[in-house]
Design a protein around this ligand. Structure first.
Ligand code: GH3
Ligand code: MG
Ligand code: MG
Length: 231
């Protein structure tokens, strides 16, 4: 089965007995094969287009567009099923210094490693996206504030462990991340509101000194005056 000069598959036909296929039968099969070939090619193109539209090429995480689409769906789902919805916003600390010191390609490599480390801490149903530059968002369906705090802290420590070779005999490059988060009960969930509140928490994590987690409403539980964990 071919389409646009590419061989996409083989069609194998068998029948009992040893009478050969007639010219008429062969024409019919060839027609079916060419139609199926075009259908396979279209399906592949569609899949590839979907991937390009939803995945960030550098990190292979989901992109901004997919994140916001999914957030709308997850808010609706949380409302329907009555479960909480958690969200994290994260931003690398002093990332500009990495680019300035080691060059942009090393910065890219570090971004990829951070993405990989973060992905490894999450469940399949969680949505991790690169929202732009060195900023990441995570949707945590079903997670109340305590669970959001645990995940955020896991992300923070996983990023802290990342090492990328400087390639210049200057040892390893490391990085830290600041994380802000929020969890809302199903009834109160609104996409815009969730994003704003997670952003506010992230800003507080930055202001409190970076390499830390701030989850809205969790100040009294994390053992530090300023509501930050880690650092
Ligand atoms: P802060 O702790 O306040 O977040 O400091 P920062 O340096 O991380 O933040 P700032 O917003 O000042 O700079 C972000 C930098 O991220 C700017 C740019 O050099 C870098 N950056 C953004 N996108 C990319 C990318 O795709 N690749 C690389 N290598 N660097 C990027
Ligand atoms: Mg930053
Ligand atoms: Mg930033």
């Amino acid at each position: 089965m071919r389409s646009r000069g590419l061989t996409l598959g083989l069609l194998l036909l068998l029948r009992p007995g040893d009478s050969p296929y007639s010219a008429e039968e062969r024409r019919l099969v060839e027609l079916v094969a060419s139609v199926v070939g075009v259908a396979i090619e279209n399906a592949r193109l569609y899949q590839e287009t979907q991937r390009l539209a939803t995945v960030d090429p550098l990190t292979e995480l989901y992109n901004y567009r997919y994140f916001h689409q999914t957030l709308g769906l997850e808010v609706a789902r949380a409302k329907r099923h009555g479960y909480p919805l958690g969200m994290l916003m994260a931003d690398l600390d002093h990332f500009k210094v990495v680019n300035d010191t080691y060059g942009h390609p090393k910065g890219d490599e570090l971004l990829r490693e951070v993405a990989r480390a973060a992905r490894g801490q999450l469940r399949r149903t969680d949505v991790l996206a690169r929202l732009g530059g060195e900023e990441f968002g995570v949707i945590l369906p079903g997670s109340a504030a305590t669970a959001v705090t645990v995940v955020a802290e896991k992300l923070r420590t996983a990023v802290e462990r990342v090492r990328v070779s400087s390639g210049q005999g200057r040892g390893k490059i490391r990085i830290t991340i600041s994380v802000g988060g929020v969890s809302v009960s199903h009834a109160r969930a609104e996409p815009r509101d969730l994003v704003n509140r997670a952003d506010q928490a992230l800003l507080r994590a930055k202001q409190a000194g970076r390499n830390r987690v701030v989850i809205e409403g969790m100040e009294e539980h994390d053992g530090q005056e300023n509501g930050a964990v880690g650092g």
